[in-house]
Design a protein around this ligand. Structure first.
Ligand code: CMP
Length: 140
């Protein structure tokens, strides 16, 4: 299995409830390594740019408002098949559909306040990582 990197975001609903450590423990428990991490508060422009791919979707404005409503934790995760592994440990986008034991089953409030984001393909991971981190911030 190829060693990959993926972008992970712990969202404002999770930082508000002080569960970032519990979420990181699940990521590490799944074999993913945090090779870069920072806590940030996105501006409206940063959230709009990150979620540009969804800009025609009906939930876009609410998503931008939510993602700027509080601090987030941005991470680069590394490991074997990291993109798929992270999506497996996150669980389905809608927590109502998320498998037991996944991050979203345990922590998410609803489809918007769903605690974590993870890149959905290796190509998008590379784009999202470059958008959120300088190369010098990825320290292993
Ligand atoms: P995320 O993986 O960050 O990618 C886009 C986000 O849009 C998604 O998680 C959800 O938090 C949010 N979202 C809100 N409503 C919907 C919806 N109806 N379908 C998909 N994503 C939604």
């Amino acid at each position: 299995m190829a060693i990959e990197r993926t972008l992970s975001i712990i969202k404002p609903d999770a930082t508000a409830r002080n569960v970032t450590g519990k979420i990181i423990a699940k990521l590490e428990g799944a074999g993913l390594r945090v090779v870069a991490q920072k806590r940030a508060r996105w501006s409206e422009a940063e959230a709009q740019k990150f979620y540009e791919v969804h800009k025609e979707r009906p939930f876009y404005n609410d998503l931008v408002a939510f993602m700027t409503s509080g601090p987030i934790v941005l991470q680069v995760l590394e490991g074997a098949s990291a993109v798929a592994k992270n999506r497996e440990v996150m669980g389905a986008t809608n927590p109502a559909d998320a498998a037991p034991g996944t991050i979203r089953a345990e922590f998410a409030e609803n489809i918007e306040r769903n605690s974590v984001h993870g890149s959905d393909s290796p190509d998008n991971a590379a784009t999202e990582i470059a958008l959120c981190f300088d190369a010098s911030e990825i320290v292993g």
